[in-house]
Design a protein around this ligand. Structure first.
Ligand code: 8X3
Length: 252
């Protein structure tokens, strides 16, 4: 697919796997994350393995000024963004709503909701002007129904659903497509981050079950983007085979 793809949160997990999948397909990549070192080594790997052209925009998506500056200064050859993958996001904590850390709550709200909205605002007007584009937001099954210990994370993913649906309505008179990709149990560094670095607790989330991988989700994201221009996959939910909901996971 000879397109230009901007991916946020591209240094690990689903974002990194998505970068690799589009690189394999011959796309030009604009990659964002906070970790410049990881991004730089991913750029090197993708250039060497696939001959991909990669432009890096390292910044914290919560920093709107940096976002404006970085996206505003994308060089001419990368400027025609065809696909925006709003992937940057995280879960922090599993506490009861009335006991959790307010700073964690703010970080989730700022990253999963406000930053996604800001990046959308910075990229979509160009898509409208070029009469082409696709916004793919990474939601979650957590956005469908709350579960204990996840209320704020679930709220942010419910917001992603609303922002995705609203954007699709705002763009229905344009050729721009809008998709919500909603993964279930995916083994990435998601749970390590959620448990504030407690690897043992994180590993338990994926024990005795075969979870999805970032690569599985990247394949779906690629499929959604590669569909013919008249096909808009509005939402797609992906669960592990032994998973029936966020909480129902059969572990044998
Ligand atoms: C991640 C899926 O089930 O941990 O978005 O909330 S879950």
């Amino acid at each position: 697919m000879h397109k230009t793809i901007l991916i946020t949160g591209a240094s690990s997990g689903i974002g990194e796997a998505t970068a690799r999948r589009f690189a394999q397909a011959g796309s030009r990549l604009i990659l964002n994350a906070r970790n410049t070192e990881k991004l730089t080594s991913l750029k090197k790997e993708l250039e060497e393995s696939y001959g991909t052209e990669v432009y890096l925009i390292p910044f914290d998506v919560r920093d709107f000024q940096s976002a404006e500056k970085a996206i505003g200064s994308i060089p001419e050859t990368f400027r025609q963004i065809d696909v925006l993958v709003n992937n940057a996001g995280l879960a922090l904590g599993v506490d009861k709503e009335f006991e959790g850390d307010m700073t964690d709550y703010e970080t989730m709200i700022d990253t999963n909701i406000k930053a996604l909205l800001k990046i959308t605002q910075l990229v979509v007007p160009g898509m409208i002007a070029r009469h082409t584009g696709h916004v793919i937001n990474i939601g979650s099954i957590a956005g469908e129904k709350a579960y204990p210990g996840g209320s704020v994370y679930c709220a942010t993913k419910a917001a992603v659903k609303a922002l995705t649906d609203g954007l699709r309505m705002d763009l229905y008179d344009t050729p721009i497509r809008v998709t919500n990709v909603k993964p279930g149990l995916v083994e990435t560094n998601f749970s390590v981050i959620r448990y504030h670095g407690d690897k043992q607790k994180a590993d338990k989330v994926y024990s005795n079950v075969k979870p999805l991988t970032g690569t599985d989700i990247a394949e779906v994201i690629y499929f959604v983007a590669a569909a013919p221009p008249h096909v808009q996959i509005s939402e797609i939910e992906i669960l592990a085979t032994h998973q029936a909901s966020a909480q129902m996971v059969w572990r044998g």
